[in-house]
Design a protein around this ligand. Structure first.
Ligand SMILES: Nc1nc2c(ncn2[C@@H]2O[C@H](COP(=O)(O)OP(=O)(O)OP(=O)(O)O)[C@@H](O)[C@H]2O)c(=O)[nH]1
Length: 316
């Protein structure tokens, strides 16, 4: 039993899945020896005997850490590490080299290629575990910080900064692919009155529930919701026409209404939202500002028609 593996891993949330390690070595016996070092950890082990296979596994399965042999039959470890560091999807995965070459030049090259550590074979299993634990916990803590930077602290949906970035990406993608992108703006109705009657804490709780309901109501993996500010939310709906977005917006409105959050000072007696949306097939040289203006005008129309509804251009 490796007792050090039973210690809590700093940075690993209690409900998080177990960490995933990728072991890369052209000799199955070496993979077996590394694997033995982590027996009893409950961690997930992935294995590769070739460099290209290791890179592909990193892209597909996103391990939390890679233990990488220096000499492989196809790509050498430096090339594997450099490829991982060059790809935004894999660059944050820490790489530890494990090699029989106790040579300062090799170690320098490994660190220059982006490795976080260098272990010489034959290794002591306890030392490998200690180093892996250290780099794994640093990586998990960095993951948490990266995640917090994208998320709105109150509601748990994405924040406006992340929304702006993703909107630009989706806008460019729609330009390239000639597809239609819809933008949906949603605003809680008479929210000032809700705060005034129930207090800000209850207002915050209400916003959390509305945000989670909106999030749960999005149907496609590429759809994204963010808190746009205050009591307003924005959704990006890639590959969606105005008609499709209106269908979704109506379902979102019904979903929030069905939460039945008591709001005695609002016409329906419960919290409702108003939504405005617009869709565009972006042309080269156009930015998304106009789309925001058009969605905002429809939100204004929904408010002025009595709230608790969704409006889109060309639809009553
Ligand atoms: N509790 C809480 N209130 C917030 C938060 N952000 C914004 N608000 C409040 O939301 C209210 C928005 O008020 P208004 O913009 O007048 O809109 P409204 O009362 O919702 O009225 P309509 O939008 O016209 O239906 C203000 O009282 C803000 O203080 C927040 O994070 N928590």
């Amino acid at each position: 039993m490796n007792h050090d593996l039973n210690l809590p891993l700093p940075g690993l949330a209690p409900d998080a899945p177990p960490p995933r390690l990728l072991l890369v070595d052209d000799q199955p016996a070496n993979i077996h020896a590394l694997h033995q070092a982590f027996l009893g950890s409950g961690w997930q082990m992935l294995m590769a005997t070739q460099g290209a296979q290791a890179v592909a596994l990193c892209r597909e399965r996103r391990p939390d850490l890679v233990l990488l042999d220096l000499f492989l039959a196809d790509l050498d470890g430096y090339a594997v590490c450099a490829q991982l560091k060059a790809d935004p999807a894999t660059r944050d995965i820490p790489v530890i080299f494990v090699t029989a070459y106790e040579d300062a030049q090799c170690e320098m090259r490994a660190l220059e290629a982006g490795a976080v550590d260098f272990i010489v074979k034959p290794f002591h299993p306890g030392v490998v575990r200690a180093r892996v634990r250290l780099h794994l916990s640093l990586k998990l803590q960095a993951d948490q910080l990266r995640h917090q930077a994208l998320v709105d602290g109150l509601t748990g949906v994405y924040n406006r900064r992340h929304f702006d970035e993703r909107f630009q990406q989706e806008w460019r993608r729609a330009q390239r692919e000639g597809s239609t992108l819809a933008l949906l703006l949603a605003d809680a109705d008479h929210f000032k009155r809700f705060n005034d009657r129930h207090g800000h804490q209850a207002g915050d709780e209400c916003l959390r529930r509305v945000a989670q309901q909106l999030h749960a109501g999005l149907r496609r993996p590429a759809d994204l919701i963010a808190r746009w500010g205050g009591e307003e939310f924005a959704c990006i709906l890639p590959c969606t026409t105005a008609e499709g977005a209106l269908y979704l917006a109506r379902a979102l409105e019904e979903g929030v209404r069905a939460l039945a959050i008591a709001h005695p000072d609002a016409p329906h007696g419960v919290m409702t939202i108003s939504l405005g949306l617009a869709a565009a097939s972006p042309k080269p040289g156009h930015d998304g500002v106009e789309l925001f203006k058009r969605a905002d005008a429809q939100l204004y129309r929904a408010k002025s028609l009595g709230r608790a509804r969704a409006c889109a251009e060309g639809f009553n």
